[in-house]
Each structure stands twice: as structure tokens, then as C-alpha cells.
Write a protein that binds this ligand. Structure first.
Ligand SMILES: Nc1nc2c(ncn2[C@@H]2O[C@H](COP(=O)(O)OP(=O)(O)OP(=O)(O)O)[C@@H](O)[C@H]2O)c(=O)[nH]1
Ligand SMILES: [Mg+2]
Length: 307
């Protein structure tokens, strides 16, 4: 098998760089606690695995953190695509057991999925970091999971692996990597061995290809050429269009849901009216029945007195 490229994504501080280091088997990337982003640019590392296989790991900054500038995100996505020369075989969504899975994180994930298309889920595996804390509290992953995370896992066909990035045990670390690669390999097989791609990916790749070709021609500062600027403009427009489409899609979904709610409300009102009228009829029937009963009793009594 040739090269397998894994791209680690997720919120700042969830442990992307630490997980990348565990996969690579060495401290290739800086990892640190705190609210501040540590990784500022996409970075890449390689490792020779068993049977001549190469694992290419791409660590990303917290691309979908809300504070991020759109230009920064676009540039970093293009850089990431450039680093993934042979395509992306798996996206690893890094979540932390310590941090709650927030609405913001879910929105960021939806945005990512929209930008890369629904197919991207077929290429997604979730890694939960801080497995050591689960062990310390004698908990299982199941004990920790909230329903929103469970739903997300379901969307990724429950491809989930727990990592303890602080372990000192070489055996444990290798075991985690093996499990991750087994999970990823299953998704690769399900995807027919084809790396992930979509229209945006192809355009970005094309830009990277032309850039590197022209950089290799001495004396050409490609970034300043009209061709490059035109391509960057096209790509920016594409990103903007995608983001605009995502807004429209969300609006359409919201509108659809609102209409559904309205029609359910109308149905509820009709049901309520029907129930009221049935209740009224029932009351009247009861009254009638009571009257008939009364008349029958009277008739019976007068019959008795006649007799
Ligand atoms: N106990 C424990 N700590 C972990 C684990 N994984 C990551 N951490 C810690 O979490 C903190 C953040 O980890 P990073 O790897 O820098 O997180 P990141 O997602 O790369 O963050 P940015 O680069 O800022 O986006 C560091 O202090 C790590 O040591 C783990 O499995 N167990
Ligand atoms: Mg990092």
C-alpha cells in the first residue's frame, strides 16, 4: 500500500497536534493547553508504517473556530489540500472528553460538511482525546457521551477511537494507532479506495499545481501574476458562493420547518375543534340518555302503580 493521508480537524485545544504526535510516534508538532490557538498553520509529518505503508498526517489549526477570519480559513484549506498531494483518505475529527460538545462546535462541523459536501462523512473518523481521564475516573466512553455526540457518531457510521496522548507506554500508543488505522482502512475500503474529492477540492488542487509549476520557473513571482490572481479570485468566489449556498440551504430548511410547524399547528387546531364537537355531542347524548332513563323509570313507576 502506498501513502495514506489523514487530516486532523477540530476545535482549538481538543488535542489535534497531540493526536498527530501519537500517530507519528514522535513529538513532531507543538501541543499546549490554554485558550490560545497553538497551531497557526497547517503542518505535515510522515511516518513509515508496516508493510511499506506511509502515513501522511496533516495537522490543522482550529479552522472552524468562530473567531477565525474567512480569508485565513480559505488560505489554510488550500494549504491543507496542497499538502495532501495524493488526496485525503480520512478526515479525523478530534473531540475532547474534557470539553463539552457545544452548539458552536456542532455548527462548525455543519459548516465543514457543507463546504466539503455530505460525502465527506464517509471519510470521517472521530478520535476522542483524554482517554487517560476516562480511565482515571473508571468511566467508559458510553458513560461520557451526550446525545448530540451520539448523533454525530451515528452520522460517521460510529467510527470512533479513544486516544490517550499522554501515555508513556509505547505498546499502548502503538495499539491506539493500529486501532485508528484499522477503522480508517474500513472506511477506505467502503469508499472503494478512492481518496476524498469534490469540486472545491479539485479547483484548489489545480491552483496549487499551477502555483508550484510556475514557482519552479526561475524569476517568476507567481503570486503577482494575473493568472494566479485570477485563480485566487475564482477560488474566493467559489468559497463565498458555497457559504452563501449554505445560508440559503439553512434558510430553506428553517422555512420548511416553520411551514411544517404551521401546518401541524393548524392540524392541532382542527383536532381540538373536532374533539370539542365530539365532547359536546357526547354530553348531549348523555343528557338524552339520562332523560330517556328518567322517562323509562317514570313509566315503570306509573305502570307499577297501575298494577
Ligand atoms: N491528559 C491528556 N491531555 C491531552 C490529551 N491530548 C491532548 N491533551 C492536552 O490538551 C492540550 C491541547 O492539545 P493540543 O494538541 O495542543 O490541541 P490542538 O487541538 O492542537 O490545539 P490548537 O493547535 O490550538 O488548535 C495540551 O495541553 C495537551 O497536552 C490526552 O489524551 N490526555
Ligand atoms: Mg495544534
Amino acid at each position: 500500500m502506498a501513502t495514506t493521508t489523514l487530516v486532523l480537524i477540530g476545535r482549538t485545544g481538543n488535542g489535534k497536534s497531540s493526536t498527530a504526535n501519537s500517530i507519528l510516534g514522535r513529538n513532531a508538532f507543538k501541543a499546549k493547553g490554554g485558550q490560545q490557538s497553538v497551531t497557526e498553520l497547517c503542518q505535515q509529518g510522515e511516518r513509515k508504517w508496516k508493510e511499506g505503508r506511509t502515513i501522511n498526517v496533516i495537522d490543522t489549526p482550529g479552522l472552524f473556530d468562530t473567531k477565525r477570519d474567512r480569508r485565513f480559513v480559505e488560505t489554510e484549506i488550500v494549504r491543507c489540500i496542497d499538502l495532501a498531494r495524493d488526496g485525503v483518505h480520512a478526515f479525523i475529527l478530534v473531540l475532547s472528553i474534557q470539553n463539552r460538545f457545544t452548539e458552536e462546535e456542532l455548527n462548525a462541523f455543519e459548516k465543514f460538511q457543507f463546504l466539503f459536501g455530505p460525502k465527506v462523512l464517509d471519510y470521517m473518523t472521530i478520535v476522542f482525546t483524554r482517554g487517560d481521564e476516562l480511565e482515571a475516573d473508571c468511566l467508559t466512553l458510553e458513560d461520557y457521551l451526550e446525545s448530540s455526540v451520539k448523533k454525530l457518531m451515528g452520522r460517521c457510521e460510529n467510527r470512533v477511537v479513544v486516544f490517550d496522548n499522554r501515555t508513556k507506554s509505547e505498546t499502548k500508543r502503538e495499539c491506539q494507532v493500529t486501532k485508528l488505522l484499522e477503522t480508517v482502512d474500513k472506511s477506505i475500503a467502503d469508499n472503494g479506495g478512492r481518496p476524498y474529492s469534490n469540486e472545491l477540492f479539485e479547483k484548489a488542487k489545480e491552483l496549487c499545481r499551477t502555483t508550484s509549476q510556475l514557482f519552479s520557473i526561475k524569476g517568476v513571482d507567481y503570486a503577482k501574476t494575473p493568472e494566479c490572481q485570477e485563480q485566487v479570485k475564482l477560488l474566493n468566489e467559489m468559497f463565498a458562493r458555497k457559504i452563501e449556498e449554505s445560508k440559503i440551504e439553512m434558510l430553506t430548511t428553517t422555512k420548511g420547518l416553520q411551514e411544517q410547524l404551521k401546518s401541524m399547528q393548524a392540524q392541532k387546531d382542527t383536532f381540538y375543534e373536532e374533539i370539542c364537537s365530539v365532547k359536546k355531542e357526547l354530553n348531549e347524548a348523555r343528557k338524552k340518555y339520562a332523560k330517556i332513563k328518567e322517562m323509562q323509570d317514570d313509566a315503570c313507576c306509573s305502570g307499577c302503580s297501575i298494577v
